[in-house]
Design a protein around this ligand. Structure first.
Ligand SMILES: C[S@@+](CC[C@H](N)C(=O)[O-])C[C@H]1O[C@@H](n2cnc3c(N)ncnc32)[C@H](O)[C@@H]1O
Length: 196
């Protein structure tokens, strides 16, 4: 069992430093699913300081493990410290580098994929998650509604590429015959795709 006090400290520090971590209500939805399905292997794209990965650990099957990818060197360092602090070093493995380069080199299969990194790369992450996902597995994609921009006619330059790619993710996940996808309006929007 992860030490809840340590976990709370990690969360508070991340929030104080404006490091984007999973929102409580999004976490609740994912944890509910994990509790039921007890996955053995999980892939996370976007570790930040390890908060969500540490939260998920308690819900995995015995001997379960999480592989998580992060490109920011300082966050990787802090995530490793946090993971060590809560005694989860043998359950969480961090791949340091750009997920766009790392994902194509992976060949392990996962029961659950959690996409929570650069929004402009979501369609690519979906393609890779599908390749690495076990049958009956599930893909969660956080921030899929991006502050409501994705479902509005919002077209500001800075966010345009992200919005276009998030819309493309929704279209691909919804139209893919291998997947059953729903979009939940929790937190910043969560896409849930089950592999048939
Ligand atoms: C929203 S945060 C992850 C939060 C974390 N999942 C949590 O809830 O505790 C997104 C992270 O993804 C990382 N990231 C963004 N694009 C990436 C990429 N292409 N490859 C690896 N990491 C990436 C960022 O550096 C950032 O730390």
């Amino acid at each position: 069992m992860i030490n809840k006090q340590e976990l709370e400290k990690i969360k508070e520090k991340a929030l104080a430093e404006h490091i984007p971590i999973i929102m409580d209500e999004t976490l609740e939805v994912i944890e509910k699913y994990l509790k039921k399905s007890k996955p053995k292997t999980m892939l996370e794209i976007g570790t930040a300081v390890g908060y969500s990965a540490i939260c998920f650990i308690d819900f995995l099957a015995e001997g379960g493990r999480i592989d998580t990818i992060e490109r920011d060197e300082q966050r990787v360092r802090e995530a490793r410290e946090n993971i060590e602090k809560v005694g989860a070093a043998n359950m969480i493995n961090i791949y340091e580098g750009d997920a766009v380069e790392i994902l194509p080199t992976l060949n392990s299969k996962y029961d659950v994929c959690f996409i929570d990194a650069a929004k402009g790369k979501y369609p690519f992450f979906l393609q890779q998650a599908l390749r690495l996902l076990n049958d009956n597995g599930i893909i969660f994609a956080d921030n899929i509604l991006y502050k409501g921009y994705v479902m509005s006619d919002y077209n500001k330059h800075k966010q345009r590429t992200a919005v276009r790619n998030l819309r493309e993710y929704i279209k691909e996940a919804s139209e893919n015959d291998m997947l059953e996808t729903e979009i939940l309006d929790v937190g910043d929007g969560l896409a849930i795709s089950r592999k048939k």
